[in-house]
Ligand binder design. Structure first.
Ligand SMILES: Nc1ncnc2c1ncn2[C@@H]1O[C@H](COP(=O)(O)OP(=O)(O)OP(=O)(O)O)[C@@H](O)[C@H]1O
Ligand SMILES: [Mg+2]
Length: 256
């Protein structure tokens, strides 16, 4: 048999026959009915599918927010499907980066402090190295001049860039993004998609959920769910990706 544990090390994650059932009083909802796919390191995956198809459920499993009912989910050399809540919380704080549609920043904290939040969940005080890294991340996402600003003093796009920097601070297996451009106008969405593209070129693995074809075309690959199953898994050619990027630029509204 293939040594999946050994092999899993070259992947950001491996999902094997993953099932999730929600047991309610009146019925059992089978949100994922056996989903399998691999995400090699450096991949950029868009997860699509109709409402109720299991996208958020899958993202919750990948983000170690919830336990699957059965199947395996390999992150690095570990099958997190077998882990308990405490073990999942540890993985989450140490190796998962989240980006949400609504940014989820802490209003009282500055840009730099928001980027540091995942490190505080690790329960240790910051090392000099970690402190330095938060400043570097702020600069990397273009917020070097806004280090002491609070979220209310930032535009939506700037807030999402803080969230992206925050998602990278714990050197995650991948960035998990749920509709990251859902709240943004087309110009700002484009900025965020270009930032993802740059991070991916630099080697970061990205997994995002989107309802928008134009966003999914920017990824390297599209995984589509339907009724809790994987309906298809396609690679976007470089031509498709380039054309989508060009289309976004050509259709940019004129600046007010
Ligand atoms: N906590 C829960 N308890 C019971 N059922 C749930 C729970 N979470 C999700 N479900 C059900 O599981 C199925 C998949 O839901 P999920 O939220 O993953 O869909 P989705 O693809 O993210 O949809 P959307 O595009 O609307 O966000 C749905 O039928 C949903 O009602
Ligand atoms: Mg959802």
């Amino acid at each position: 048999m293939l040594d999946i544990k050994q092999d899993a090390r070259n992947f950001a994650c491996r999902v094997v026959d993953l099932k999730k059932e929600y047991v309610l009083k009146s019925e059992t909802v089978r949100a994922l009915r056996g989903v399998s796919f691999d995400v090699p390191e450096g991949d950029y995956v868009a997860i699509m599918g109709p409402s109720g198809s299991g996208k958020s459920t899958l993202l919750n499993m990948l983000g170690c927010l919830d336990q699957p009912t059965s199947g395996s989910l390999w992150l690095g050399g570990d099958d997190v499907a077998t882990m308990n809540d405490n073990q999942l919380a540890t993985i989450r704080s140490q190796r998962i980066g989240f980006v949400f549609q609504s940014y989820n920043l802490i209003q009282q904290l500055t840009v730099v402090e928001n980027i540091q939040v995942p490190l505080f969940y690790q329960g240790r005080s910051l090392t000099r190295e970690q402190n330095k890294r938060t400043y570097e991340l702020a600069k990397m996402v273009g917020l070097g001049e806004r280090l002491d600003h609070r979220p209310t003093q930032l535009s939506g796009g700037q807030q999402q860039r803080v969230a992206i920097a925050r998602s990278l601070v714990n050197n995650p297996y991948f960035i998990l993004a749920d509709e990251p451009t859902g709240n943004l106008d087309s110009r700002t969405s484009e900025e965020i998609l270009q930032l993802f593209e740059r991070l991916n070129v630099e080697g970061k693995t990205i997994i995002l959920v989107t309802h928008e074809d134009e966003v999914s075309k920017r990824a390297k690959r599209v995984v589509r769910l339907k009724d809790g199953r994987l309906q298809w898994d396609k690679t976007n050619t470089q031509e498709v990706r380039d054309a989508a990027a060009q289309y976004a630029i050509d259709n940019m509204p004129v600046e007010a």
